[in-house]
Design a protein around this ligand. Sequence first.
Ligand code: CS2
Length: 455
Amino acid sequence: MRLSATSLDHVPPGIARYSYERAAQEIGIVHFGLGAFHRAHQAWYTDLCMDAGERGWAISGVSLRSPTVAEQLNPQDGLYTLTERSGDDSETRVIGAVREVLVAAQEPEKVIARLGSQSVSIVSFTVTEKGYARRPGGSLDLAAAEASFYPLLTQGLRLRREHDLPGLTLVSCDNLPANGRELERLFGEWLAERAPDLAAWVAAECAFPSTMVDRIVPATTPADIDWLEGQLGVRDEGAIFTERFSQWVIEDRFAGPRPRWERHGAQLVRDVEPYETAKLRMLNGAHSALAYCGLELGYEFVHEAIADPMLRGLVERLMRQEAATSLSPAPGQDLEAYADALIARFADPALNHRLIQIAMDGSQKIPQRWLETLAYHQRRGAPCPALIEALAAWLKHVRGDRRPVDDPMATQLVTLWANTGSSGIAAALFGPQGLFAQTWQGDEATLARLTRRLG
Ligand code: CS2
């Protein structure tokens, strides 16, 4: 039996669940990219808000093309469970916040109608780094944008303007520096090309807060789903497993109403930047290093890689001496304590977080995770041996001869490798004309050091 509104009675009473009347909640949020992360994070905070009595924040989730999430959740009336794991403990909650999942490729009109409906005031995004359609230097790739959320968002906003409805708050929840500003800039570039008549209205009526989101959410495995079925008595094809830790720092800049997420642990702040940069350079930077160096050494999971004394040393150095020293912390932000907490989170074996999951889309991730730190230290003439080691492991990974490379630039990188060989690849990417030179251009000695590591 599948989990659903009717089968919920079969779930043991000890399992926590929402207590509000779902059918009475209007849709207040449209979310692009209803993957595991959103369901473990924003949807959970929003569920807690409605549980505490707030109304009208049901979520309409949009998948651009893949029907997978719709097939998981729609037969379950949008219901799914979130299980927090730590050591041997686990705690499961049935989440009611998601009303429906729309597949944009199948029913674009419905998505546009949701965006244009009066009850909606927030559009949020977890479309991953590549969903923003940025070129390596940061400008908008119009062709890639065409295949992402940009056209739907434009049509939805146009509908609002035609009906004299207020604008929307567009909340980016992806791991990009200044993600709100970035979305605003990229969407502005898009509008200038494709809908210039809408640009002034968007600038006046919409808001783009930046947010820092943090929760480690490994991909659910069939074994997880089987285990949970044993606990629940019903099968949840949309089940999500995560850690206990969760953090959401949101810039207080909204165009209209919003849920009181801050009553359930989110932090509303004036400036997200110090938290966002610390998270990207320390947590995500360490994660990517563990992924490429760990895979090279034959590890499968984050907790295995961090237990290796050599990798542990590398990550300690990367976080404390290279990333943390490149940051300007906010008052009260303790980067040493942050590094300690990150090591403990990585070491938790309950998560089974696969390195290959993190290794995905490296070309979209490493500029903000590693290259900005390298650029900072290069200006000061300070070496970054841990980051160079990590970069070498990434270069070896994208050569493509060890395991499949899941990256929108995979073909380009494999071809570059074939053309330049190990003596030329570092310069092709990070030399004066390199593909990533706009973020970090290595000096000769550093590029030579990097090249030697490829041996
Ligand atoms: C990870 C992130 O897959 C990855 O690239 O580094 O998804 C990471 O787990 C989250 O940002 C944690 O908040």
